[in-house]
Design a protein around this ligand. Structure first.
Ligand code: MN
Ligand code: MN
Length: 453
């Protein structure tokens, strides 16, 4: 008998049919990535998928009937899919899957447009944790909304179609970088230098700010907006790149925003495809990258309101329903990167191709800021995953005391709900172009499906 524990490489054990399923599944994932680069776009895209599966809009206060498939659209930036099961929610509670659909990016400031040396720029304010230098000299697209004074909303998407222009942030040429090289990375790359080039042709007959005025004329012609309308806009600069296979064997997918759409997509497909009698609440959250605050983040009481509505409709005590509910906080973890081996502890890290990764606790230093799931809950999940033949692994974010990070897990767990993090290991997390293994993406789908069965 062998009593040792080891991880398995999915590609090494998958038969031909399983490999085919892995690759086909990722074709859908790549489309999902390209169609939704912001929280708003991903929510809209998911609503289309959910409606095709029979989901209908839900209004708080409406009675929920067994068998209902409902969605609650939270301000276009967050989404709750509810499958009202026939099982007893007083005993089984609700199975909750939650992933976030906001990703690190460069937001435009509220007064963004200026001109200097005959070039027009848009000032940005970065959102989430980024390495600033990674956002220089790459094609960037602008996505978002502009809300006019009267409330009319204009959708903006510039830079994704092949015929669209893109936006661009400069870097200094190496020939003149002797001083830049001597600086630390945080000194050498300043947030106030993250300005998008947006134009260069002066408007005819203008003496001052002629290029800026030329840009405003185009914006007004195309979208009917004036400079003041930026005050009530949410415009996000994201990499103008599409998801692509990586490697001659196409084992990997590179894309912007795998964190956390690489968990959102499996969560959605598992929810829409899995036959179950459980009540399932599948959440796409906003604002995770900046602390889950506000009315579209997971710290909002909305999840509590929706669980209360379920309890009320089923005639169950809401405290009892919460006590018996379980949650997978579906968020990415750092994949082991051999180029940066010293950042990890090799026995406790997710490896690419070895499956969706369960992270018992996140946080930093002495598990600070983590809800730390119980051995009992993980023991239960082991049984569920193994019964469905899911290849999975366990891992911490990285070496202890090197840094750390959190997820929404604690905000769910604080409602007296057993919660643990489980997600796909990512290489180059938070970079403009991140990398995941196709096998791990499909493993996440299988794991989330097993969980709600
Ligand atoms: Mn994340
Ligand atoms: Mn993140």
């Amino acid at each position: 008998m062998d009593f040792t524990y080891s991880r398995k490489n999915i590609y090494a054990v998958a038969d031909e049919a399983e490999r085919k399923r892995i690759f086909e599944y990722n074709e859908g994932y790549k489309k999902f990535l390209d169609n939704g680069k912001t929280e708003r776009e991903t929510v809209a895209e998911t609503i289309v998928m959910a409606e095709k599966s029979g989901y209908k809009p839900y209004t708080l206060g409406d009675k929920i009937n067994k068998g209902d498939k409902l969605y609650y659209n939270n301000r276009g930036k967050g989404l709750f899919l509810l499958h009202a099961g026939t099982a007893d929610v007083a005993k089984n509670g609700v199975r909750i899957l939650v992933a976030h659909v906001d990703s690190p990016r460069l937001d435009l400031k509220q007064v963004p447009l200026y001109e200097k040396s005959d070039i027009a720029f848009l000032k940005t304010h970065y959102y989430g944790g980024i390495k600033k230098y990674q956002w220089l000299t790459i094609p960037l697209a602008l996505h978002g909304v502009v809300v006019l004074k009267g409330g009319k909303k204009i959708d903006i998407n510039i830079g994704e179609s092949d015929s669209d222009p893109v936006f661009y942030i400069t870097d200094l040429l190496p020939h003149l970088s002797q001083e830049q090289y001597k600086k630390t990375i945080s000194e050498g790359f300043q947030a106030e230098n993250l300005n998008l080039i947006v134009g260069g042709i002066p408007a005819a007959g203008e003496d001052s700010d002629a290029v800026k005025k030329g840009v405003l004329a185009i914006l007004n012609e195309k979208y009917g907006i004036v400079e003041e309308d930026f005050l009530s806009a949410e415009l996000e600069a994201v990499p103008a790149v599409k998801a692509k296979d990586v490697g001659l064997d196409r084992a990997f997918v590179a894309s912007y925003g795998h964190d956390d759409r690489v968990c959102a997509y499996p969560e959605i497909t598992a929810t829409l495809e899995t036959e179950t009698n459980q009540t399932v609440l599948t959440i796409l959250a906003d604002k995770e990258e900046i602390g889950s605050e506000g009315n579209t983040g997971m710290q909002c009481i909305l999840i509590r309101d929706i669980l209360d509505e379920i309890a009320k409709s089923y005639g169950v005590n809401p405290a009892v329903l919460r006590e018996h509910s379980m949650c997978l906080s579906a968020d990415v973890t750092a994949g082991y990167d051999p180029a940066y081996a010293s950042a990890f502890e090799e026995m406790n890290v997710g490896f690419v191709n070895r499956g969706v990764t369960l992270t018992k606790f996140t946080g930093s230093r002495g598990k600070s800021g983590s809800s730390d799931a119980s051995a009992e809950y993980i023991g239960y999940l082991r049984g569920v995953l193994d019964a469905e033949g899911v290849i999975w692994q366990t891992g911490e974010l990285g070496r202890v005391d090197l840094g750390g990070g959190g997820t929404v897990a604690m905000y769910i767990a604080n409602n007296n709900i057993d919660t643990v993090d489980m997600g796909v290991p990512v290489l180059s997390m938070h970079a403009p172009y991140e990398l995941v293994s196709k096998a791990d993406v499909y493993s996440a789908h299988k794991a989330f499906s097993a969980f709600i069965k």
